[in-house]
Ligand binder design. Sequence first.
Ligand code: HEC
Length: 161
Amino acid sequence: MSERDKVLGHADEADGIEEYDNPLPTWWLGLFAGTVAFGIGYAVDYHFVSKRSQAGEYAAELAAAPKAPEATAVAATPDAIAAGKEIYTANCVACHGPDLHGGVGPDLTDATWIHGGKLDEIAHIITVGVPEKGMLTWGPILGPQKVGQVAAYVHSAGGGQ
Ligand code: HEC
């Protein structure tokens, strides 16, 4: 009887059904052992040698991702204020009114501010918006320079601190 035809010999318990005990082919077992060895090596390398982790990769991706443009240095020059007035007229009148006294959006000429009345605070809230209240995230639409100009205009219009 060859190795291939070895019978397990429990036919008497199984209504005469015989079962062969055929070993798995050597190439298959080799492949299996190889994947196990690779898996152990990979895990050791991942955790202890290269010190990689999902949390680390996530943090690295976040750090590399482009940030929403922020208006950093806002200079309230007369030119910027004049340019800002045009940007305001084109984009903001519908909600804040032609004379900035408000409507759907709050009055921008009084001393009451929800998000702060300093120039950089105004620029910041225009950049990030308040989407849940209907104030758009203008940063990506206008870009930092125009946000800076319109912020300078709003700030100059009376209520800025
Ligand atoms: C679709 C309506 C809408 C448009 C258009 C809009 N806003 Fe607003 N804006 C709002 C609303 C509503 C708020 C109040 C958000 C809140 O309650 O937090 C707001 C808040 C603000 C604030 C903060 C006010 C505060 O009291 O802190 C500033 C500054 C502002 N908007 C500037 C602008 C500028 C500049 C534009 C044009 C580029 C603009 N908004 C366009 C609706 C609008």
